[in-house]
Design a protein. Structure first.
Length: 270
């Protein structure tokens, strides 16, 4: 697991949407925070970022915001975090055991954070978010969601070979979701790479054919032999996990390819 995140941090420059938030998704998150700030007029804002997504760390926060980012991987903090300042800091800890006091945060925000958790950890993460957020606060999360009916792996591979997929990261997520079992099973990263290797024995030629940088295509090698599992809930499963502690108030679907599976949802505490 540690090696996987070490490699992921080293490859960060080659990662793009949908794995990283697009400008319109950042703008939506900024708007959600700004609207909350106008409504509540809090003189100082405490915000928690689940992960170290630089696009969120560097977005337009209200001037009085103190942002703390929590990530379980020191390698991701060292390699991806844009650096500590008087207004933002990053700490290495677990989302299911947040080192923060009760009701200490006005904003909790994250990008694809649930997908790095196993299903049994979902409710613990939701409970922790509810514990640390104030009653008048908000939670803003971008989810990666698999469809209710999984598409066949053959369809994903055929679309890849025939140039019907716009970028390699879209392919990786579609393949991961196609191989996904139940939410409790998730998808083993090694199985993603094994399928890729079996279906595309000459990735360098494919990259040249599609006009994709080889470095981007090689990011999938980070999955080789890795037993770590990602989980991709359906929209209903994500909603059910959050509904025990939060009420959805807004959502945004980006228009980029696969944006329909990557909504940003806004919640208020129950």
């Amino acid at each position: 697991m540690t090696d996987h995140w070490n490699r992921h941090a080293r490859q960060w420059q080659w990662i793009a949407s949908p794995l990283r938030p697009a400008p319109e998704e950042v703008a939506f998150a900024e708007q959600a925070v700004s609207e909350w700030h106008r409504k509540n007029q809090s003189p100082a804002i405490n915000a928690l970022l689940l992960g170290v997504t630089p696009e969120i760390a560097l977005m337009q926060w209200p001037a009085t915001t103190q942002l703390v980012a929590i990530d379980h991987s020191q390698a991701m903090i060292d390699g991806v975090w844009p650096g500590d300042t008087p207004a933002r800091t990053a700490r290495c800890a677990e989302w299911v055991r947040l080192p923060l006091p009760d009701a200490s945060q006005h904003i909790v925000i994250g990008d694809g954070c649930f997908n790095a958790l196993l299903y049994p950890e979902y409710q613990r993460a939701v409970s922790e978010a509810r514990r640390v957020v104030r009653d008048n606060g908000i939670v803003v999360i971008r989810f990666f969601l698999r469809p209710e009916i999984s598409e066949p792996v053959d369809t994903v591979v055929d679309d890849l070979i025939h140039g019907r997929i716009g970028n390699f990261h879209v392919f990786k997520w579609r393949l991961a979701m196609a191989l996904h079992g139940t939410l409790k099973d998730g998808v083993r990263l090694a199985d993603i790479w094994d399928t890729w290797h079996a279906e595309v024995p000459d990735p360098e030629s494919l990259a040249a054919k599609l006009g994709w940088p080889r470095e981007v295509v090689r990011t999938i090698n980070n999955y080789r032999g890795v037993a770590t599992r990602y989980t991709f809930p359906t929209l209903a499963e994500a909603g059910a996990a959050m509904a025990r502690a939060f009420i959805e108030t807004n959502c945004f679907f980006s228009k980029y390819e696969l944006g329909e599976r990557c909504p940003t949802l806004v919640f208020r505490p129950r």
